[in-house]
Ligand binder design. Structure first.
Ligand code: ADP
Length: 161
């Protein structure tokens, strides 16, 4: 069985991430969405909130599991027996970063390979940080995140202002 790990902060999960998740879940037998348990300083949502939003978003995908982790991503991948990292690619700058990350991961864990899925056209401009920026300024975020995420985002930003 091929297990793939899709790691990230997912602060919050967007339709761009979910497009990668649903396509990867059709390729690999098991997909683990790894929510990085980062120190909360630059994040809008707690780890528990990010996990809960991601879980609710993938309920319809039976071979996808949402798990939180700390420490080195390769160590977590080894722990869960993942053979592949899944990452998404948007514009050129993603490529440079992802290229370096993949080579570093390969050096740390040569038995795990990286697979890259190209973003869908409609999500190529979408990142969690730009989404939060747009929502903070009152922009319409419909179609960019699932409804429950939009609601949580709007509530959190309202509470902060
Ligand atoms: P990080 O926490 O590493 O900054 P994110 O949690 O935002 O990254 O994203 C995790 C992965 O999802 C990365 O590989 C990123 O390139 C990819 N990704 C983010 N947004 C999109 C999108 N709109 N389309 C495709 N891939 C995306």
């Amino acid at each position: 069985m091929t297990t793939a790990l899709y790691p990230g902060s997912f602060d919050p999960v967007t339709n761009g991430h979910l497009d990668i998740v649903s396509r990867a879940s059709g390729i690999f037998e098991k997909l683990i969405l790894g929510v990085y348990d980062a120190p909360p300083k630059n994040l809008l949502f707690t780890t528990e909130e990010r996990v809960a939003m991601a879980k609710q978003s993938v309920l319809h995908l039976r071979n996808v599991e949402v798990v939180t982790y700390t420490g080195l991503t390769v160590h977590f991948a080894q722990k869960v027996g993942a053979q592949v990292f899944v990452r998404g690619l948007r514009q050129g700058s993603d490529f440079e970063f992802e290229f370096e990350l993949a080579l570093m991961n390969r050096m740390l864990a040569p038995e795990i390979d990286s697979a890259f899925l190209m973003t869908a056209n409609e999500y190529q401009f979408l990142s969690s940080s730009l989404l939060k920026e747009a929502a903070r300024m009152g922009g319409d975020i419909e179609g960019l995140v699932p409804e429950h995420v939009a609601k949580a985002l709007i509530e959190r930003l309202k509470a902060q202002s």
